[in-house]
Ligand binder design. Structure first.
Ligand code: PEP
Length: 245
């Protein structure tokens, strides 16, 4: 179901004491917002963040998980492990994981299916590189990524999924897609989803250098349902301005 969502991705930042301080600062500032607020934190922060965020409207997510239930996968974390401490969301297929940890459309699909089967809500990331953009391949790339990521899912699954369109050239660079370009790309993702599932009623976020200064323009576009925010989600006061755009 389409709704406004502002999700933070802390990446490999923030210690548990910083995470708890962040939640304590943010919670009173966002208590009246109609937008859904999510923070996706490192594994070591999850438990502390969840405890501190209890009785607030801040939802908590992880940034990755393995698709297998358990076994000899040193260093990995399973969906059951996340679920056991009440994690609600998990980012899947972030471009940094695709780039540095060899994640592919196939492993993204495996992870999405496992997450859903275990009751976790995946935040599925797609986006083109600068080279692909310059070659005019943006739509071809992102529609193929979303089609493969959601393979073998049902229409019902869509209500438990959030999609994030994150052009890779805009992540952490200070360069933001124009609101028209971001909206058009997201419209194309919606069309692809509609052609596969018969509905485009799915929450789709924009990510890539979202800041308090550009949040409103982006989030009020017809097809953009909010944002996945990296750098600007590390400071509670700045993130609050984005949540309350
Ligand atoms: C991200 O990591 O998902 C992201 C969008 O980062 P930033 O906002 O820093 O560009």
């Amino acid at each position: 179901m389409r709704r406004k969502v502002i999700a933070g991705n802390w990446k490999m930042n923030m210690l548990p004491n910083e995470a708890m301080e962040f939640v304590n600062t943010l919670a009173p500032l966002v208590k009246d917002t109609k937008n859904e607020v999510i923070i996706c934190v490192p594994f070591t922060d999850l438990f502390y963040t969840l405890l501190t965020a209890q009785d607030t409207n801040i939802h908590v997510g992880a940034q990755n998980m393995h698709w297998e239930e358990s076994g000899a996968y040193t260093g990995e974390v399973s969906a059951d492990m996340l679920k056991s401490i009440n994690v609600e969301y998990v980012i899947i297929g972030h471009s940094e994981r695709r780039q540095y940890f060899n994640e592919t459309d196939e492993t993204v699909n495996l992870k999405v299916k496992t997450a859903l089967s275990k009751g976790l809500k995946p935040i599925v990331c797609v986006g083109e590189t600068l080279e692909q953009k310059e070659q005019g391949k943006t739509i071809e790339v992102i529609t193929s990524q979303i089609s493969k990521a959601l393979e073998n899912l049902t229409e019902q699954d869509l209500s438990n999924i959030i999609v994030a369109y994150e052009p890779i050239w805009a992540i952490g660079t200070g360069k933001t897609a124009t609101s028209d370009d971001a909206n058009n790309s997201i419209k194309e993702i919606r069309n692809e989803i509609k052609s596969k599932f018969g509905t485009d009623d799915v929450t789709i976020l924009y990510g890539g250098s979202v800041k308090p200064e550009n949040a409103r323009e982006l989030f009020t576009m017809s097809d953009i349902d909010g944002g996945l925010v990296g750098g600007a989600s590390l400071n509670a006061l700045e993130f609050n301005k984005i949540v309350n755009y």
